[in-house]
Design a binder for this molecule. Sequence first.
Ligand SMILES: NC(=O)C1=CN([C@@H]2O[C@H](COP(=O)(O)OP(=O)(O)OC[C@H]3O[C@@H](n4cnc5c(N)ncnc54)[C@H](OP(=O)(O)O)[C@@H]3O)[C@@H](O)[C@H]2O)C=CC1
Ligand SMILES: CC(=O)N[C@@H](CCC(=O)OP(=O)(O)O)C(=O)O
Length: 345
Amino acid sequence: MKVGIVGGTGYTGVELLRLLVNHPHVRLDVITSRGEAGLAVADMFPSLRGRTDLVFSEPDVARLSACDVVFFATPHNVAMRMMPELMAAGVRVVDLSADFRLRDHELWSQWYGEPHACPELLSEAVYGLPEVNREAIREARLVACAGCYPTSIQLGYLPLLENGWIQPDQLIANAASGASGGGKGAKVPMLLAEAGESYKAYGASGHRHLPEIEQGLADIAGGPVKATFVPHLIPMIRGIHATLYGQLLDGAPSLEAIQQAYEARYADEPFVDVMPLGSHPETRFVRGGNMCRIALHQPRGENVIVVLSVIDNLVKGASGQAVQAMNIMFGLDEAAGLSVVPLAP
Ligand SMILES: NC(=O)C1=CN([C@@H]2O[C@H](COP(=O)(O)OP(=O)(O)OC[C@H]3O[C@@H](n4cnc5c(N)ncnc54)[C@H](OP(=O)(O)O)[C@@H]3O)[C@@H](O)[C@H]2O)C=CC1
Ligand SMILES: CC(=O)N[C@@H](CCC(=O)OP(=O)(O)O)C(=O)O
């Protein structure tokens, strides 16, 4: 399969490269950079020396149109401008950005601050969370990969909401992300002297992932949900740790039965691991791997359930999930190129 990547110099772009150079069915054909066209990829990323002889080229729809699949690892408002032409050329697209995640273009504009460039494609885009949408992803021409925080939160709440065991309008999600979540672009709050040895919440009164989280959780619950979402920046490079709270409804089963339901729901999912009751998953348990690890708690046996959910934001939260979606779209083994074990320690 001929593969193109738009946005190859960024963090999710190089993570796609790390995974795809080991993929048995992929030939990397095009990788773009506006500023580094002509430079060998391995000169920018020596970790890839000896693994690829690709050279960056300018983003060019004509060249990308010769690919079977194109990944967009670009900021929002880039993919949607090239999408109509690429799709008309018959290319299938996996978009890591937020351009096609929300179904409602007015809601998108409200959170992303500009009009959507091709709202007509929103209804065709399939939300890229395989554990929820696998069948639709198979046939999709355009997959809008789930965001990093939304992935950890949706997978954490999923069995509770599918079974209707918690109050859907009282969801609370606290999540902390490493600095690579903010991308490679220089930003003062991400400097070592600003973000190191410190821990902070941000976007507490409204973060652009909130509408995506609520849209996804409502689809899972089969009805409206309301969530409070507070993201945090933690001084590490990779990883998201989400702590999720739910009010158990009357009639919800015991914690042991909920644990069994989680284990059953995810038994056939290659990239979700339900840890034993009472575990405390750490971000290092998933670092570098395409994996979400989950554990359940019920403090004092009362009616609050706490779900801990960890992912590597660059893998299950972005590039790994994107490769997983591509594998599904092309009828390949879903785990092709994704079998790397997370780094330990
Ligand atoms: N970082 C993360 O953990 C996650 C990121 N995402 C999403 O993935 C996308 C990429 O994120 P990330 O890799 O962190 O971002 P980076 O800022 O690290 O990289 C962005 C890339 O996009 C390219 N680019 C920027 N503007 C344009 C443009 N107008 N046309 C073509 N290429 C452009 C840049 O390349 P150049 O300037 O060389 O052309 C660069 O390679 C974003 O939408 C982000 O929201 C999703 C989940 C997690
Ligand atoms: C730590 C940090 O800054 N994280 C980013 C979110 C990660 C991201 O890239 O957003 P998507 O998943 O929507 O693509 C932020 O809060 O804006």
